[in-house]
Write a protein that binds this ligand. Sequence first.
Ligand SMILES: NC(=O)C1=CN([C@@H]2O[C@H](COP(=O)(O)OP(=O)(O)OC[C@H]3O[C@@H](n4cnc5c(N)ncnc54)[C@H](O)[C@@H]3O)[C@@H](O)[C@H]2O)C=CC1
Ligand SMILES: O=C(O)C(=O)COP(=O)(O)O
Length: 528
Amino acid sequence: MAYKVLISDPLSEEGIQPLREAENLEVDVKTNLSADELADIIGDYDALLVRSQTKVTRDIISKASKLKIIGRAGVGVDNIDLSAATEYGVIVVNAPDGNTNSAAEHTIAMLMSLARKIPQAYSALKDGKWDRKTHVGVELKGKTIGVIGMGRIGQEVAYRAKGQRMKVIAYDPFLTKERADKLGIDYGSVEDVVIASDFITVHTPLIKETKHMINKEAFEKMKDGVRIVNCARGGIIDEDALYHAIQSGKVAGAALDVFEEEPATDHRLLELPQVIATPHLGASTVEAQESVAIDVSHDVVRYLTEGVVKNPVNLPSVPKDVMNKIEPYFHLSEKLGTFLTHVTEGTAEEINISYSGELTELEVAPLTRNTIKGLLKRHLGDHVNDVNASYLAEKRGIHVNENRTSSTKGFTNLLKVEVKTKHGTRTVAGTLLNGLGARIVQVDNYSVDVVPEGYLVFISHNDRPGVIGKVGNAFAENDINIASMQVGRSDVGGNAMMIISVDKQLEKEELEQLNQITEINNVVAIEL
Ligand SMILES: NC(=O)C1=CN([C@@H]2O[C@H](COP(=O)(O)OP(=O)(O)OC[C@H]3O[C@@H](n4cnc5c(N)ncnc54)[C@H](O)[C@@H]3O)[C@@H](O)[C@H]2O)C=CC1
Ligand SMILES: O=C(O)C(=O)COP(=O)(O)O
C-alpha cells in the first residue's frame, strides 16, 4: 500500500519533486486547513510536511494514528509539539541550512530599512508627501550591533554587519573567546550585549530559556535610542515591553518580521510609526524555499523507505559513517531486549547495558535505544520505536544505564543487558561473530551459544540425571523437532537451564506437559 504524504503549508513545487518522484508515495497538498479540518484528515497520512503556519498540536498528533514523520521545511519547530511527537513515536525533521542565507539577508535589509526609515518614507511618498525632514535616518558605520544567538543566521548577520563597518558584540551559550576572536567580534553576556549596543538583533530559537529574554528589565539597561530587530521568533522579545519602550522614547525603532501571534494583522505595535514590519518573510525567497523543501522531502522519502534521516529534531543525529559501523549490531541489541522480556519476571526497574571490546569505540546510543525498544515492544506494542523508546522507559520510571567495560570474556565484542525487577536480576549477553552473525553467549551465569532467531524454549530446572531425556521424550511425543539444545548448570545438582531451538511455537498444552516434569521449575516459550 502506498504511503500518504500531506503538505499543509505552501511549499515550493520544485522542492517537493523528490516526493512526487518517489515510488509508493501519494502526495496531497491541502493548505489553509483549520485545526478541525486537519484533525479530521490527519489519520489517513504517514507523513506531514509543514512550514510555520500549521500548528501541529498534541491533539493533531494524537489523532494521527498512521503518522511516522513530520517534516518542517525550515528551521523553527516551535509550531510542532515535540513532546507529543516523541511520545507517539513520530520523528520530526527540519531543514536547518536551506534558509540561513535568506534569513540573514532579510535581517540586514530590515536593519538598513530601520536605520534609514525606508518603509515610512516610501509610504509617505506613495501618499503624495515629499517629506525629507521626518525621515532623517542614522548611519550604521561605527555603531555597535548586539547579536543574541550566534548560530547559523546570527553568524551570517554578524559577518554582514562587519561589512557595514559596524562593531559586533555577541552572546551565545556556545560562543567561545577563540571563536569570537576568529570572527573579529566582541563577546559578552546578554547583559553586556544589551548595555553596549546601538542596534540589537536576536537569532535564537523560541524556547523556555529565550521566551521574553528581551523584557522590561533588559530595555531599561539599553542605551537611549537603541533600535531592535527581530527576524527570529515572536516571543523572544516581550511585545508589551517593546511597545512601552518605544512609547517612552527609550527605543527609537523596531524592525519585526515575526510576532507572538501570527498572522499579526491587527497588532498595536504596527500602529507605531517607529515600527517597520514584514509578515514573516525571512525565509521567503525562491532559493530558500526550493532548498528547504528539497531537504525535507529527501528526509521523508528516506525515512519511509529506509528508516534513516539526515536532520532529526527529536532524535540525536547519527553520522552515516557511525551508523554503518553500528548497524550490524542493531539486530542483536533488539533481540537481547526481546529475549529478556520473555525470561524476566515482574516489571523492569533498572536496565544496565554494557558494551565491551570493539563496541567501546563506537557511538552506542542508538544501540541502547534499540535494546530498550526490544524490551518494551512485546508489552507496549509496535508503536514503540527509536523515537519514543527512551521516553517510554523514563515515563515508566525505568532507569537505563549505559556503560563500557573491558571484560569481553574472549569475544571481540560483547553486548550485555541486565534487567532488574522486584524479583531479581536477569542477564543476557550477545556477540557478533565474524562471518557467523549474532549469537547469545550468556544467560545469567551460564555460557551458551544460541542464534537469536525464531522459536526458543527456555527451561529452568534442577540438575538431576535424566531430565534432558524426559524433555527430549516430551518433544518427541508432540512431534516437535529440536534444532539445537544448550544446557548449563551453576554446580553439580544445583540450578540449571536449557535453551532449545525449535521449528514452531509451542502450544500451551505442550508447555504445560513440560512443566509437569518434576525437576523443571519453569518453562517459557520465546519468539525472537
Ligand atoms: N524569519 C524567518 O522567516 C526565519 C526565522 N528563523 C529563526 O531564526 C532563529 C535562528 O535560526 P538558526 O540560526 O538557523 O538556528 P541555530 O540553531 O543555528 O542558532 C540558534 C542559536 O541560538 C543559540 N541560543 C540558544 N539559546 C540561547 C540563549 N538563551 N541566548 C543566546 N543564544 C541562544 C544557540 O546556541 C544557537 O547557536 C530560529 O528561531 C529560527 O526559527 C530561521 C529562518 C527563517
Ligand atoms: O525556518 C524558520 O524558522 C522560519 O521561520 C521560516 O518560516 P516559514 O517556513 O517561512 O513559515
